[in-house]
Design a protein around this ligand. Structure first.
Ligand code: NAD
Ligand code: ZN
Length: 378
């Protein structure tokens, strides 16, 4: 079958790889209908991780069940399903508590598994025609048959639940004000989720014009960080206080403002944007190692985080991978009921064959390339 294979930094190719097969009785094989490219894939694409040549990318997958192992009970051939990006067992201590992003079984020694992601287990990615799904009863979410809401449901594999998770970490409540850093797909989903939870005002910080326009289109207040210090811009619009809650959907790989030698850590700007005792939800990626980091400490992933400022303001913070399964059923039902339409972020649907070009343009944050869906059969 065809799959998106990582070759070297800034180079992926569509190549033939072995078809996946049932390896364990609890496996299923899915025929992929949609697999999205994620900002997380770009960390590997840009060569900033230990991703090795030959790896197949793709953790935002949905499709039709092609085959199930003899130990699979709840899904059958022909079912339409979406797969949380987390590969999880369902029975370890963390899974039992709903923390499926930190499954202790699937990736021993490193909490949490994912498809097609370096250091998150041996699971091949789904930017391909077929995908093997371990613990398939646990890792498939059933969808209504047909092809309605395909783009919306594709958002359930990662970014919609991840955006929602950010608002859960920050405990966003009705009537509150929220600062969201990053208007990439994850930040936009976090802003959208904050509104679904009844936030009164949501500021979205970025500098890419069409991403800020999308934020405005869903009712958020855009803040262009290239114009002036975003924390100051937010405080000015909140009686000098800052917002009640804050979300980091950028992570360690922030872009600098003009005139800045090194980009400020978004986390620190977020602390300055949120009022004392406010809560921060951090879903943007921070790594334990960044071989290309600008300094020795940055290479080790030790960033200059303003702990003193966090303490002084009595703020709290939640971090980590999203536990997709905790939210995806409810978010699916909101889509079916017409109460949520996360596909507003989707900008392109391209055949799998065009993945190399799509990676290049999405990586450049090219105007109009916000969220790309790869379609194996088009
Ligand atoms: P993305 O790279 O498309 O979006 C990041 C956005 O941040 C871009 O639009 C960029 O212009 C903006 N940005 C850069 N520097 C900034 C700054 N200083 N201030 C404000 N905005 C700035 O990626 P995405 O797909 O939206 O993902 C965002 C982050 O979330 C990535 O780090 C990704 O790895 C992470 N992620 C985490 C999870 C999770 O489970 N926790 C899941 C998916 C993605
Ligand atoms: Zn993703």
């Amino acid at each position: 079958m065809k799959a998106v294979v990582y070759k070297e930094p800034y180079n992926v190719a569509v190549e033939d790889v072995d078809d996946p097969r049932i390896e364990d009785p609890t496996d299923a094989v899915i025929r992929i209908t949609t697999s999205a490219i994620c900002g997380s894939d770009l960390h590997m694409y840009e060569g900033r991780t230990g991703a090795t040549s030959g790896m197949v990318f793709g953790h935002e997958n949905m499709g039709i069940v092609e085959e199930v192992g003899p130990g699979v009970a709840s899904i059958r051939k022909g079912d339409r399903v979406v797969l949380p990006f987390n590969v999880a067992c369902g029975f370890c201590k963390n899974c039992m508590a709903g923390n499926t992003g930190f499954c202790l079984t699937v990736n021993p020694g490193f909490a949490g598994g994912a498809y097609g992601y370096v250091s998150m287990g041996p699971y091949r990615g789904g930017q391909s025609e077929y995908l093997r799904v371990p613990f398939a009863d646990f890792n498939c979410l059933q969808l209504p048959p047909g092809n309605e809401h395909e783009d919306d449901f594709a958002m359930l594999a990662d970014i919609f639940p991840t955006g929602y998770h950010a608002t859960e970490l920050a405990q966003v409540s009705p009537g509150e004000t929220v600062s969201v850093f990053g208007a990439g797909p994850v930040g936009l989903m976090a802003a959208y989720s904050a509104m679904l939870r009844g936030a009164s005002r949501v500021f979205v910080v970025d500098k890419v014009p069409n991403r800020l326009q999308l934020a405005e289109r869903i009712g958020a207040t855009p803040v262009d960080f290239s114009k002036a210090d975003p924390a100051e811009q937010i405080r000015e619009q909140t009686d000098g206080e800052g917002t009640d809650k804050g979300i980091d959907a950028v992570g360690y790989q922030a872009t600098a403002r003009e005139g800045e030698e090194q980009p400020a850590l978004v986390l620190n700007t977020l602390i300055n944007s949120v009022r004392p005792t406010g809560i921060l939800g951090v879903v943007g990626l921070y790594v334990t190692e960044d071989p290309g980091g600008p300094s020795e400490s940055a290479k080790k992933g030790e960033l200059l985080f303003a702990m003193g400022k966090l303490f002084e303001k009595g703020q709290r913070m939640g971090t980590g991978q999203a536990n997709v399964k905790t939210y995806n059923r409810q978010l699916r039902d909101m889509i079916i009921a017409g109460r949520a339409k996360p596909s507003f972020v989707v900008s392109q649907r391209v055949p799998l064959q065009r993945a190399p070009e799509a990676y290049e343009r999405f990586d450049k944050r090219e105007e109009g390339w916000t969220k790309v869906l790869l379609k194996p059969r088009q």
